[in-house]
Design a protein around this ligand. Structure first.
Ligand code: SF4
Ligand code: SF4
Length: 294
């Protein structure tokens, strides 16, 4: 990669197929592991998993498929929390090694029901992966841990390469979009703490199309830079079902492109992935390597 002979974008969106794709699926099924890629039927799977232009990326979902919170944009089921699987950290690490992924994204439901809100389990999974191969880049997309610094520190100490935490939307729309326990200031403080206490790269995501004004998007991006956030992604909100929040508007691809330029060129983010189909982990490995390690 890096030869300047990349496929034009309009050729890139292909349905996932091929040997490697089925191999990965089998490994995951054998180990009873869950990826957000598959479960959300993410349209980017073909691009992310193959890593055609660099490291392949997949996103693992830790700590079950039920969340202690209920955000109005999210399809994960609320309540009925189950016990943690103590083998999950090792199991995920083995799968990552077996598949030969170069860049792993770990995320989870929120576990407000656990004494450490799942921070220890997250940290253990990072360590298991790095133990097998310190060269594997690990990005974690973490909950806010109710803004508890000692829990955020547990994640930092485990040595991931990127810590992501999503603000999801502009300040005015935090509620009704997010669960009432989440909040703009709290999320900013998590990101700020990571920037202040470590060299780990920080990252966040916003959904557009929820009724936010342009000046609010700009304000949010500025607040994020103020908190020293390195990477931002912007994508279109899509309604998972009729009982979720309505889409306010479908933002035009040109507007996404404008925001990317504002974020990278004016505000100085290391990179901004921005487009209708972009998700937090969109080609995370490839883009991280391009923007940060090259
Ligand atoms: Fe979904 Fe995360 Fe909200 Fe839980 S905290 S409902 S997983 S967005
Ligand atoms: Fe998986 Fe994220 Fe890529 Fe979708 S964008 S395929 S969830 S890594």
């Amino acid at each position: 990669s890096g030869t300047g002979r990349r496929k034009p974008d309009w050729l890139k969106m292909r349905p996932p197929s091929g040997r490697r794709f089925t191999d990965i699926k089998e490994t995951l099924r054998d180990r009873d592991l869950h990826t957000v890629c598959e479960e959300a039927n993410c349209p980017n799977m073909g691009e992310c998993w193959s890593g055609r232009n660099g490291p392949g990326t997949a996103t693992f979902m830790l700590m079950g498929d039920r969340c202690s919170r209920g955000c109005n944009f999210c399809d994960v089921e609320t309540g009925g929390m189950e016990a943690l699987d103590p083998d999950e950290p090792a199991n995920v690490a083995d799968a990552v090694a077996e598949i030969g992924l170069d860049y792993v994204v770990l995320t989870s439901v929120d576990r407000d029901d656990l004494p450490d809100q799942g921070a220890g389990h997250f940290a253990e999974t990072i360590r298991e992966i790095k133990d097998r191969d310190p060269g594997i880049l690990v990005e974690v997309l973490i909950p806010d841990f109710q803004g508890e610094p000692r829990l955020v520190r547990k994640i930092v100490d485990a040595g991931p390469d990127v810590i992501a935490h999503n603000v999801e939307t502009v300040e005015r729309l935090q509620w009704p979009v997010r669960d009432r326990r989440a909040g703009y200031e709290q999320s900013l403080s998590v990101l700020e703490q990571v920037s202040e206490e470590s060299d780990v790269y920080t990252k966040t995501s916003l959904m557009l199309g929820l009724g936010e004004y342009d000046h609010e998007i700009y304000q949010t991006l500025s607040d994020l830079r103020e908190a020293d956030v390195d990477i931002v992604t912007l994508g279109q909100y899509l309604q998972p079902s009729r009982s979720h929040l309505d889409v306010f508007e479908y933002v035009h691809p040109d507007a996404f492109e404008t925001w990317r330029r504002v974020a990278e060129e004016e505000l100085g983010f290391l990179y901004c992935a921005s487009g209708p189909m972009v998700r937090s982990s969109y080609k995370a490995g490839e883009l991280f390597v391009d923007a940060v390690l090259r």
